[in-house]
Write a protein that binds this ligand. Sequence first.
Ligand code: SF4
Length: 385
Amino acid sequence: MAGIYIHVPFCKRICSYCDFYKSAVLTLIPDYMAAIHKELDIRRDYLQNEWIESIYLGGGTPSLLNTNQVNQVIDKISQLHYIAPGCEITLEANPDDLSQQYLRAICETTPVNRISIGIQSFCNKDLQLLNRRHTAAQALASIKQARNAGFRNISIDLIYGLPGMDTQEWQKNLDLAFSLDIQHLSAYHLSIEPGTALSRSVAKGLLQITEEEESTRQFVVLNETGEKNGFIHYEISNLAREGYFSRHNSGYWQQKKYLGIGPSAHSYNILSRQWNISHVRKYIQAINTGSEFSEMENLNAVKRYNEYLMVSLRTIRGADLEVIYHEFGETVYRDFIRATELVKSSGHMMQQGQICKLTRQGWLISDYIISGLMKDEDSRFKIQD
Ligand code: SF4
């Protein structure tokens, strides 16, 4: 089983925290659509006939596409790949694109069966700080309208750790989110990325970064409020009702193959990783002239091991000792056991049979723990290839 990701890199307005690749030149959409159809043809063999269990239109802003454009790209994928029954097909959307009419058209006339709405906050002050296009009222209305239009698998994104946001305000956002009929929540801590408008405001002293203690409190509130509302906190930044874990993202975390189409999209086939050029015009030109449009990195055993730890320890599935032993050899297995003794005794990791998982305390410092367990490229441990 594998997934296909289509990157739709267009945005009407640039959010103050965003460092994803995107373009505000919407007139390029028709040429871009033609190019992604061509890329799908060019890379038809990448997944080697794996069944497709998830298709994800992400962005950017996929809700800028009309129903014809959505249908055409999904039809194209169906012509080239075997689509598994019940394939999860997600469209990412901005609340202010989601009129009742658009939602009904997407729900009734396309195979999209999951919608992921970039709410970010239900508070106007936060939305202004983030330079989002929508208001709190639009955020709320978009979720209700998605439900009315017939969507039964609705995910929303929220951001916490915002400058000026305290635990009470975050709690209010969460209470409102869980009072709605949503099945999935992605909740990310704000990250101040270089080159963004927010990072410039922080550098000028106009904004204060959230204190670590406050961030920790907000993470704990997320975890506790989610569980109280029947959600499973199945990955550091993701919570869902039973049966509604994101199949697409779970594929990444389970290291299944995926094909990424469009500018800046990444692909992975276990042995290598590939990424497309991050520039819409250059991407379109390269596709149309048959030039190179991506770079590739082979994943040796050290990289595969590090990546395995990185993705598995962020989820409730945890790292499997049997996988470590069989995929990476006895030396690495023994080293992992030795290195995790301290993490377990400090209460940051637990072991159930052959599965080692980070506890909630462990998730709070997951980057630190995981990087401590990773191997250097020139590690003296010989990992078997
Ligand atoms: S809509 Fe999404 S991709 Fe576009 S600027 Fe905002 S955060 Fe970035």
